[in-house]
Design a protein around this ligand. Structure first.
Ligand code: FAD
Length: 275
């Protein structure tokens, strides 16, 4: 199918981009286009105006320091994946990114675009939540930083206002002595996962984030839960649904398998660091 007609603007400044959004309630931001363009082609979205942010200066950097990884809105998944510093400071980001789509899509799709697209089947939103990261946005009313726990409000729905553009995302560094792991089951590598899980283990704290098992990316605190009950306790907080790809029962089974797997793997990482 072809998209419904729309106007197109490629602003040269953030101010111009924000005011274009503010001036048209039917306008949408275009970043890498890897989610939006298919939606346009299937006519599941029909914006009146596309505000293409690819010409905005200063938004393509991946900046790493001891505090964490800051990803600009125009940094592609591939840029983040290629950063050895990002891998060192926050390995969970790299682990999860290696499961996002295929190389051609990662070359174009943006990490920040994925975060604000707010797909509960995507890898990065749950990683941002698990790590306690944030997204910084610029709107007509100024700039603000949204903690990941306040970013996801419903299926494909973030808390960004219509005239706000996400300019960067921040993934905190891995604390010394902490361990992380990521795993997912997909029909083919690069497909959206049937279920995915990410673990963050630190001292007695055990937290696991899940994708594809609820309307929003969901993190469950499993601290103090005996190993043989991890999956079952996680399921009490999740609502796996059935679809053409997997039944609800199969997804629930995958939750139990993946929970045990990622927690064990994160613990092994901690033990390896202490050995
Ligand atoms: P766009 O498609 O340009 O935009 C997506 C949405 O976010 C739009 O609503 C847009 O208005 C909004 N938006 C984007 N950037 C901003 C911004 N800076 N400020 C405000 N709003 C913004 N993703 C996964 O996570 N896992 C997968 O396994 C996976 N598989 C894929 C397989 C295929 C075949 C395809 C085509 C895509 C797949 N993706 C997958 C999606 C991919 O990761 C996208 O790159 C990502 O979801 C969106 O990033 P984008 O830059 O392409 O955003």
């Amino acid at each position: 199918m072809k998209p419904a007609p729309f106007d197109y603007l490629r602003p040269g400044s953030l101010t111009e981009a924000v005011s274009a959004l503010a001036g048209d309630p039917g306008a949408k931001v275009l970043a890498g286009g890897q989610s939006l363009v298919p939606l346009l082609s299937m006519r599941l979205a029909a914006p009146t105006l596309l505000v293409d942010i690819n010409g905005l200066p200063g938004l393509a950097d991946v900046t790493v320091d001891d505090a964490g990884v800051t990803v600009g809105a125009l940094a592609r998944h591939a840029d983040v994946l290629a950063s050895a510093d990002a891998r060192r400071v926050q390995p969970l980001l790299t682990l999860a990114l290696s499961h996002v789509a295929h190389a051609t899509i990662r070359n174009r799709g943006t990490t920040v675009g994925s975060l604000v697209h707010a797909d509960a089947a995507a890898e990065l939103p749950v990683v941002l939540r698990l790590l306690g990261g944030s997204v910084t946005v610029q709107g007509a009313g100024g700039s603000r930083t949204i903690p990941a726990d306040e970013l996801y409000v419903g299926p494909l729905e973030s808390s960004l206002a219509h005239d706000e553009i996400a300019v960067s995302a921040f993934f905190p560094a891995l604390a010394p002595g902490a361990g992380v792991a990521f795993d997912e089951i997909a029909r083919r590598h690069g497909d959206y996962a049937l279920v995915g899980a990410a673990a963050l283990v630190h001292d007695d704290s055990v937290r696991v984030g899940f994708l594809s098992v609820a309307d929003v990316p969901t993190v469950v605190d499993l601290s103090g839960v005996p190993d043989d009950r991890l999956g079952r306790v996680a399921l009490e907080h999740l609502d796996p649904a059935g679809d053409v790809h997997a039944t609800a029962e199969y997804r629930a089974h995958l939750v139990t398998v993946l929970t045990a797997r990622v927690v064990q793997s994160a613990r092994r990482q901690v033990e390896g660091a202490h050995a």
